[in-house]
Design a protein around this ligand. Structure first.
Ligand SMILES: [Zn+2]
Length: 200
């Protein structure tokens, strides 16, 4: 039976590597997969899912206004797919997560979504909140903090290595970088995130 899977992680845990390996396993057995990733800027054309260890694959892109049920139905007219993989699933809208659930239930195709659980301020991404609510199965793609504990949080740094405590949830085209930390070291890096911010 087809299921909706949510594979969640923090930054740099290798979720794209896991996605690409899983897709490869299907293709190696002569089964087709359909890959989707978020369009996070205005670049047109084909998307690409790339992993930090150097492997990549072409992918179709989704934008917030896209009807993913329709998009996937159209793809299935070209031939069957054994599984659908969605990278950057934190950028899905709530409605799009429901569209993926309908793909699973009504079209019988498994959907494996991969995304970040929380942003740099420790808040759930909208797509991840919906996936946590609706997925049939959830798996954590793990990575570790510099202390050796499991990393569940992420800090955003500017180009000089300064930790940023404020800003938009999604930043595009900047020089910022991200480091994954355990909650204790994330609190230390963020100055324990003042109450005003957690309430704001
Ligand atoms: Zn730590």
């Amino acid at each position: 039976m087809a299921k909706l899977y949510f594979n969640y992680s923090t930054m740099n845990a290798g979720k794209s590597t896991v996605l690409l390996q899983a897709s490869h396993n299907y293709r190696e057995n002569n089964m087709q997969t359909y890959l989707l990733t978020a369009r996070i800027d205005d670049r047109a054309g084909t998307g690409r899912i790339a992993s930090r260890i150097g492997i990549s694959a072409e992918a179709d892109m989704f934008a917030p206004e896209d009807d993913l049920f329709g998009k996937i139905e159209t793809r299935l007219e070209d031939g069957p797919v054994a599984a659908i993989f969605v990278d950057e699933a934190q950028f899905l809208t709530h409605e799009q997560v429901w569209q993926l659930a309908r793909v699973v239930d009504d079209l019988g195709v498994p959907v494996l979504a991969f995304g970040l659980r929380v942003d740099f301020q420790g808040n759930l991404f909208p797509g991840s909140a919906s996936l946590l609510a609706l997925a049939d199965e959830m798996r954590e793609v793990r990575t570790i903090c510099h202390c050796g504990k499991k990393a569940t949080m992420v800090v955003r740094q500017d180009a000089t290595g300064q930790v940023l405590t404020e800003g938009d949830q999604v930043q595009i085209g900047g020089n910022e970088s991200y480091i994954s930390l355990c909650r204790r070291h994330w609190r230390a890096a963020m100055g324990d995130l003042p109450t005003a911010k957690t309430l704001g």
